[in-house]
Design a protein around this ligand. Structure first.
Ligand code: 15L
Length: 266
């Protein structure tokens, strides 16, 4: 497949572009910054919040053959002001979707986040893809709104969109919460590959975590799309020290983002 990856220079972007390239996909990177040294694939520098710039990138790509999908990873990965979050996640997603429709790009794989449902209490039981929007931050609010945009474009324009509600993407789990919420690098690539290649998903939501022994977020929605995670945070459990906030972080999906004392800059 020929795939445009936004945020290609970011931490998830570097892993996903390398992984998709190794799997034989034709990767095109898009980021605000130039490509890392030695990047073997095509790269565009543009701000995804700039609709004209995004349109120009997709127009240029469509003259060189069919673009099969966009993997949208660009965005602030943390809490920020509401305007910044909306620009970073909602305005960018809308710009990409508009350009995708204009240039017949049929699929988007979106890096959503567990923080879209981050205030869901663990006491509610297993977290399924049917959990109602319940953000824990402005970051989470923006992810909810970006997911709503995907749904709108699936319904109105018949594209496919997979919203991957990513947990904790790290080389290794770094906290007790992470033993439940970890997404390994290898599983992240497997998740994106499945979301790219699943036949006709329409609009789908999955939880982007590894096959963690302590997981309590439903892996079935991902498995239905062909995402079979292979790693388990438990293998690192003896390297994770308990922290003073483990109990409070365990109360909600969003962990530290959902705690009462979480810093909200807006
Ligand atoms: C996310 O969506 C954030 O980008 C990241 O900073 C972590 O907070 C992660 O979720 C998580 O929940 O561990």
């Amino acid at each position: 497949m020929r795939v445009l990856v936004t945020g290609a220079a970011g931490s998830i972007g570097r892993v996903v572009t390398t992984g998709l390239d190794a799997l034989g996909h034709e990767v095109v990177g898009l980021d605000l910054v130039p490509p890392p040294d030695g990047t073997p694939f095509t790269w565009h520098e543009a701000d995804c919040a700039d609709g004209d710039a995004v349109e120009a990138v997709l127009a240029a790509l469509s003259t060189g053959g069919r673009l099969d999908a966009v993997v949208h990873l660009a965005g602030i990965p943390d809490e920020a002001s509401l305007p910044d979050e909306l620009t970073s996640h909602v305005v960018t997603t809308a710009a990409l979707l508009d350009a995708m429709v204009a240039h017949d790009v049929p699929r988007i794989v979106y890096a959503s986040s567990n923080h879209a449902v981050g205030r869901t209490p663990r006491a509610d039981g297993e977290l399924t893809e049917h959990a109602l929007p319940r953000p824990d931050t402005y970051y989470g609010v923006a992810k909810v709104a970006a997911e709503a945009l995907l749904r709108l474009f699936v319904d109105r324009h018949g594209i496919d969109a997979v919203a991957c509600r990513i947990g904790s993407f790290l080389e290794e789990p770094a906290s007790v919460r992470g033993l439940s919420t970890w997404l390994s690098h290898g599983d992240c690539v497997r998740m994106v590959e499945a979301a790219l290649t699943a036949p006709a998903p329409g609009y789908a939501v999955l939880y982007g975590i590894s096959a963690n022994t302590r997981a309590w977020w439903d892996l079935e929605p991902g498995r239905r799309l062909g995402y079979e995670p292979q790693d388990d945070a438990e293998a690192y459990a003896d390297r994770v020290d308990p922290g003073p906030h483990d109990d409070v972080e365990a109360e909600f999906v969003g962990g530290p983002f959902a705690t009462a004392q979480f810093h909200r800059p807006a």
